[in-house]
Design a protein around this ligand. Structure first.
Ligand code: 5GP
Length: 131
């Protein structure tokens, strides 16, 4: 599986489009509009289309090589660290700096887009519940 993903990423990054672009890849390429709040060479952050908190942002690597945070952490831990750093900065910009970071991993956990992304939830969160 890892081997197939690595091949897929290489082919995609060369523009060969051998794998289906995710909804987030289509946002990154500006094929689909989104409210973009941050972008650099490796990451993009957008407002979630269906917010679950007063501030609900998605921080997304531009590569769609990793389906979930465990795959990302194993392969590119520094990219995961960059996601967390950007999440902190966005929480400071859009709320009071406190935030909850959620990575849904797998169907049963509610993941619907299998292109790794962090949900940054902030601004008046309930303290008593994680779900
Ligand atoms: P997941 O369920 O995979 O953890 O999170 C996917 C998130 O992407 C959901 O919170 C959903 O609202 C958001 N989402 C899905 N499609 C779009 C879209 O086209 N634009 C934006 N901004 N968010 C989207």
């Amino acid at each position: 599986m890892t081997h197939r993903l690595a091949l897929g990423r290489t082919a995609y990054d060369r523009g060969m489009a051998t794998i289906e672009p995710s909804i987030f890849t289509r946002i990154i390429s500006r094929e689909i509009p989104a409210d973009i709040v941050f972008e650099d060479d490796r990451l993009i952050a957008i407002k979630d289309i269906n917010p679950q908190a007063p501030v609900h942002l998605l921080v997304i690597p531009k590569t769609q090589a990793y389906r979930n945070v465990a795959e990302l952490a194993l392969a590119e831990p520094e990219l995961l660290a960059a996601m967390i750093s950007v999440s902190q900065s966005l929480a400071e910009e859009h709320a009071d700096g406190d935030f909850r970071l959620v990575f849904n991993s797998g169907d049963a956990a509610g993941q619907t887009v299998f292109h790794v992304h962090a949900h940054v939830l902030a601004g008046g969160l309930e303290e008593s519940s994680l779900v």
